[in-house]
Design a protein around this ligand. Structure first.
Ligand code: SF4
Ligand code: SF4
Length: 100
């Protein structure tokens, strides 16, 4: 059967030979969302009742439980604001990241 593809077929038998691997997604990129996010959630600890709604809705599962409130792990939070929208107690505000 003729291979009509313009690019070479991946051969699993050669996996491990760097020149045979797809150049995309073979290099680990250490960048986390916290490196490029423009907004971040700020939790009002007095308003938070630990209902976990933010934890339920966060698409990247970066909400973490603290002793008396829930907070976002800012290394992985992408700043989408869903937690602030969904918090039934309006305990989360989205604030601008500062530079420098
Ligand atoms: S949804 Fe709001 S009140 Fe509930 S745990 Fe999260 S921050 Fe706290
Ligand atoms: S801003 Fe988005 S990614 Fe960050 S904690 Fe809220 S829901 Fe999760």
């Amino acid at each position: 059967m003729t291979n009509h593809r313009a690019y070479p077929m991946f051969d699993p038998a050669k996996a491990g030979a760097p020149d045979d691997l797809c150049p995309i997604a073979t290099v680990i990129n250490p960048m986390l969302p916290g490196d490029w996010r423009s907004l971040r959630p700020l939790v009002d600890r007095d308003k938070c009742v630990k209902c976990a709604v933010c934890w339920l809705y966060c698409p990247v599962q970066c909400i973490v439980e603290k002793p008396a409130w829930f907070d976002a792990d800012l290394r992985t939070c992408k700043g989408c604001g869903i937690c602030a929208t969904e918090c039934p107690h309006r305990a989360i505000a989205m604030v601008m990241e500062t530079t420098g």
